[in-house]
Write a protein that binds this ligand. Structure first.
Ligand code: 5GP
Length: 180
């Protein structure tokens, strides 16, 4: 039986890199979310996201087409159920989504394995986010409170993995998946 793995963690913690390493192993597929936000430069339909309009998103909600969905930054984001179920027939499937979505995914799919990635040091992560220097202080404050919110939900996750070293963290996640 293939497994559904949900990976979350604060912005800047290195989730994307960890997920890419797992995908290189060949046993995993990545779930592609639907979103109503417009594509950013360099994003590709069906690779980064399925970009759909609000009406289509709302009708998919009505039809029960999402494993979970959430509304943030004034846009909808959701995990398409059919797409994930199809991928699960051949591989373990990874969802890289934020905490609210992760907890909802666990409700609709209780076998899901929830993994939260944390940094070795929050002070360092926070100063790195401030140091990006591209955002105004309001945005930075939002990011900080988001980190605190995500952290407040850590106990609801099945596993916490500290990204102190990429290979070690990926190895730990593989062990978790193997033994779950
Ligand atoms: P972005 O617009 O920067 O690509 O993503 C914004 C946020 O949406 C990120 O926190 C990302 O994890 C989250 N997200 C992406 N896909 C999904 C999804 O399918 N469901 C939920 N709940 N959140 C998602």
């Amino acid at each position: 039986m293939n497994k559904l793995i949900v990976i979350s963690g604060p912005s800047g913690v290195g989730k994307g890199t960890i997920v890419n390493e797992l995908l290189k192993k060949g046993d995993y597929a990545l779930s592609i979310s639907c979103t109503t936000r417009p594509p950013r430069k360099g994003e590709t339909e069906g690779v980064s996201y399925f970009f759909i309009n609000r009406d289509k998103f709302l009708s998919m909600i009505e039809e029960g087409g999402f494993l979970e969905y959430d509304n943030h930054f004034e846009n909808f984001y959701g995990t398409p159920k059919d797409f994930v179920e199809k991928q699960l027939q051949t591989k373990n499937v990874i969802l890289e989504i934020e905490v609210n979505g992760a907890l909802n995914a666990k409700k609709s799919y209780p076998q899901a394995i929830l993994i939260m990635i944390l940094p070795p040091s929050f002070d360092e992560l926070k100063s790195r986010l401030v140091g990006r220097g591209t955002e105004n202080s309001e945005k930075i404050a939002n990011r900080m409170s988001r980190i605190d919110y995500e952290l407040s939900l850590r106990d609801k996750y099945d596993y916490i993995v500290v990204n102190d070293n990429l290979d070690r963290a990926v190895g730990e996640i593989e062990e978790i998946i193997k033994n779950s």
